[in-house]
Design a protein around this ligand. Structure first.
Ligand SMILES: [Cu+2]
Length: 494
């Protein structure tokens, strides 16, 4: 009001008495919320492919995979802060963690807050019993391996397409094969959680954070709901046959060694420009108001993969990372750990006959995007271009969906936290879905966000080869893969 510049420090929503506060910097990270909300804009649940004439390739599968990756990432962050991994919500049990958003709608009204140990409530038009019935039918489809379409056809789920069908049923999206029968488990649960403290609308409360893609990951119940859904998908994946040695092996290709730079994380102080978030009077100059926040970041790092090949060959390189020990300090067996791997990167590269050194930088990762431009910086670019002093190119393929580059690595611990790094090469000729060059960029962050105008550029199931049970570690071990231990150190002094 005094027209003076100001910096307001941002302390996240809770207090130190709330254990969840230890990882609030992750769930409340503006870039993480942006990733989640842009994902849902790129892949809207209501998208009617026939009506709009544009298919969204493997949308059901991507719905699962993007959220699965959010959970694996969230759990790695929890373990870094001495918290156990998330427990799935159950419809009949209390929601242990409450949430006070401390947020106001711009047009007025507080975001509703939920105390600890609150129970699900029947809404005017959605009952808990409805969710239970939908879930029972979905479980039936998973255990029998067959879903029933709206015209009573039997659709098999026991194949690579099954996950796509199942994802669409659970979300549910306009691609669900039978929305009347299977309902819309995920979407309805979001609404139930958003309206939980005013279930009948008696007090006219505005929607909760769980009803907006922009704010949902702030609420601890987001990850617990998605853990519940992830468990359903896991039941399906667990019912599929393990990959055979032949399916995993590439003849003549061997990973000899994997070297990783030191992995170091830290908190950085960052000022968010509030220019487009504040009302001001016409005719008065803009005043700089900033919110100062502590953001997780990491030192840039590189991965060097030494691989030999009998002949020239294009391969897809997949890099994954998972905590080596659980909350109890036990080493996690591979068949359990496989569901906890964070996909760090995926790219195709041409191997020459003989020895190759593949060097990849963290900034090139296929899961991340750099910091976006602030409104002020973007406006300056546009103003300068209009004035003719510079030119401004808009890259329409550029993806705004993607985990912030800063959040690629979990925090780890001051004395170091041990993780397993897993590198897997596969034959690009079997992975490719079109005739574009193997190093085509697709706008960057394809792994969790897919592409807008192309097929998902990898024929393998998302998360391959860790998506299916690993019954026999010897069968799973191939020369074209490599496991090694790495350590992530958190630097408090940065
Ligand atoms: Cu979501």
């Amino acid at each position: 009001m005094r027209q003076e510049p100001a910096i307001i420090s941002m302390n996240f929503t809770g207090t130190i008495r709330n254990p969840e506060q230890r990882i609030a910097y992750f769930g409340e990270d503006v870039g993480l919320n942006s990733h989640h909300s842009v994902f849902h804009m790129d892949w809207p649940f209501w998208w009617n492919e026939e009506k709009y004439g544009v298919t969204k390739d493997r949308k059901g599968e991507l719905f699962w995979y993007m959220h699965h990756q959010l959970i694996t990432r969230f759990n790695a962050e929890r373990l870094s802060n001495d918290l156990n991994e998330v427990e799935a919500l159950q419809w009949e049990k209390p929601i242990v963690e409450g949430f006070y958003p401390q947020t106001t709608y711009r047009k007025g009204g507080e975001f509703p807050a939920r105390p600890d140990n609150f129970h699900f409530q029947d809404l005017k038009d959605i009952r808990i019993a409805d969710l239970e019935a939908y879930e029972e039918r979905i479980r039936e489809a998973i255990s029998s391996g067959i879903a029933i379409s709206r015209t009573n056809e039997l659709v098999s789920l026991n194949n690579t397409e099954g996950i796509n069908t199942l994802g669409a049923i659970i979300e549910s999206s306009a691609n669900s094969i039978n929305p009347n029968y299977y309902g819309s488990l995920h979407n309805l649960a979001h609404i139930m959680l958003g309206r939980i403290v005013d279930p009948l609308g008696k007090f006219g409360m505005p929607p909760g954070v769980m009803e907006h893609f922009e704010t949902a990951t702030r609420d601890p119940s987001f990850f617990r709901l998605h853990k519940h859904i992830d468990n359903l998908i896991k039941e399906h994946k667990d019912s599929l046959n393990p990959y055979t040695h032949e399916e995993l092996d590439i003849e003549g290709v061997e990973v000899k060694n994997v070297e990783v730079d030191s992995l170091e994380t830290y908190f950085e102080e960052f000022d968010i420009d509030m220019l487009n978030a504040l009302d001001d009077a016409a005719g008065l100059p803009d005043v700089e108001i900033k919110a100062r926040v502590q953001r997780l970041n990491h030192k840039p790092f590189g991965v060097k993969i030494v691989a030999t090949s009998a002949a020239e060959k294009v391969v897809t390189v997949r890099i994954f990372l998972a905590p080596k020990y659980d909350w109890f300090g036990r080493e996690v067996p591979l068949d359990v750990q496989r569901w906890k791997f964070i996909e760090l990167d995926k790219f195709a590269v041409k191997l020459t006959a003989g020895e190759n050194a593949i060097v990849r930088k963290s900034s090139e990762s296929s899961v991340t995007i750099p910091d976006p431009l602030s409104t002020r910086a973007l406006r300056k670019l546009v103003d300068d271009a209009i004035a003719g002093t510079t030119s401004l190119e808009v890259d329409k393929d550029y993806r705004h969906c993607g985990v912030p580059d800063r959040l690629l690595l979990p925090k780890g611990k001051e004395n170091g936290m041990k993780y397993t790094l897993f590198v897997m090469l596969s034959d690009f000729d079997e992975d490719k879905v079109n005739d574009l060059p193997h190093d085509y960029a697709y706008g960057g962050s394809v792994s969790y966000c897919g592409t807008i105008n192309h097929k998902y550029p990898d024929a393998k199931p998302m998360g391959w080869p860790l998506d299916r049970p690993i019954k026999n570690v010897d069968d799973f071990t191939v020369t074209n893969s490599y496991f090694r231990e790495v350590e992530i150190k958190f630097n408090r002094e940065h």
